[in-house]
Design a protein. Structure first.
Length: 308
């Protein structure tokens, strides 16, 4: 099977690329590298050394007219659309840039897909952008959304364009309203980095964690679980379209047979170990020390005295 991934160098996109390669897919990655990093794709590059042609990386913005030729040439079975401007503060400072990235980029992808006959598009949406930060899902069938930022409006607009193209041109988009995704490769200086801050505090040996209430208010999803949902969406029958909620505390509302496997304490522990290996001069010894600081599920659920 051949898959095309936009936003392939981001922390979710690169993890998805690794998973698809491991599953035997031929993968074409597209990224403009404004936020993603080629370092995230080092495993994919090594994979390509063993199996030449299995992975191809293209530096391109999804708004570029050349995207149509890339999709036509690749002829993918599935497109995973993860490329996006993700920072809500950027959407406030430059709403036109945010709209171009998230809305016009998606329209360009839809046009290229319909002309190439690619039906299945899996879109990485955002639950907080769709319903509001920390909000529960509205009643089934209400169709209610509650974007509380310009970024949220742009993400929902992109989703609506996908739905319109489905009606007009028989595309088969499946949009995943992802909870706050965290884990290895996440840019701890970027938006939505509360878990990365927590991991950094653990490594530093701090005794208090700032922003714990915000962490508990959000529905966090470990990156491997989010990727599993994306893969399942890609393999779902094309008759399944619409939007699925994906969160650790929220069962999915469409038949993906997806269940999160990594709870928050385990996910934080994995993130801490990854960050330790990334930053430590002696990862083995520092990992042992950090392991002593990783807290129990009971303590993390109460959110007090998180790091001793």
């Amino acid at each position: 099977m051949r898959s095309l991934v936009t936003g392939a160098a981001g922390f979710i996109g690169s993890t998805l690329v690794d998973r698809l390669l491991a599953d035997g897919h031929q993968v074409i990655g597209v990224d403009n590298f404004t936020a993603g990093s080629v370092a995230n794709l080092k495993d994919a590059m090594r994979w390509n050394e063993r199996r030449p042609g299995q992975f191809r990386l293209i530096c391109l913005d999804v708004q570029a007219p050349e995207l149509a030729g890339v999709i036509a040439g690749a002829n993918p079975d599935i497109i995973f659309h993860l490329a996006a401007q993700m920072d809500p503060q950027v959407s406030v400072m430059d709403p036109q840039f945010d709209a171009r990235s998230n809305v016009l980029g998606t329209i360009n992808l839809c046009e290229a897909s319909r002309r190439s006959g690619v039906r299945r598009i899996v879109y990485a949406g955002c639950r907080d952008a769709r319903y509001g930060i920390g909000a529960g899902r509205p009643p089934e069938g209400s169709g209610r959304t509650n974007p509380v930022s310009l970024h949220g409006v742009a993400k929902i607009a992109a989703e609506m364009y996908l739905c319109a193209y489905a009606e007009m041109y028989d595309l088969a988009p499946l949009c995943l309203a992802l909870g706050s995704v965290y884990g290895p490769r996440q840019n701890h200086r970027g938006p939505g980095n509360a878990i990365a801050d927590l991991a950094s505090a653990m490594i530093a040996g701090g005794s208090q964690i700032r922003g714990w209430d915000n962490i508990r208010a959000s529905d966090y999803v470990y990156v491997d679980d989010a990727v599993d949902a994306l893969v399942r969406a890609g393999h779902a029958p094309v008759q399944i379209t619409g939007t699925c909620d994906i969160g650790t505390g929220t069962p999915t509302r469409c038949p993906l047979e997806w269940t999160p496997l990594v709870d928050l304490p385990d996910g934080i522990a994995r993130t801490v170990r990854w960050l330790t290996d990334l930053t430590a001069t002696d990862p083995a010894s520092e990992r042992e020390e950090v392991s002593r600081r990783i807290i129990s599920a009971e303590r993390i659920s109460h959110g007090v005295d998180l790091v001793g």
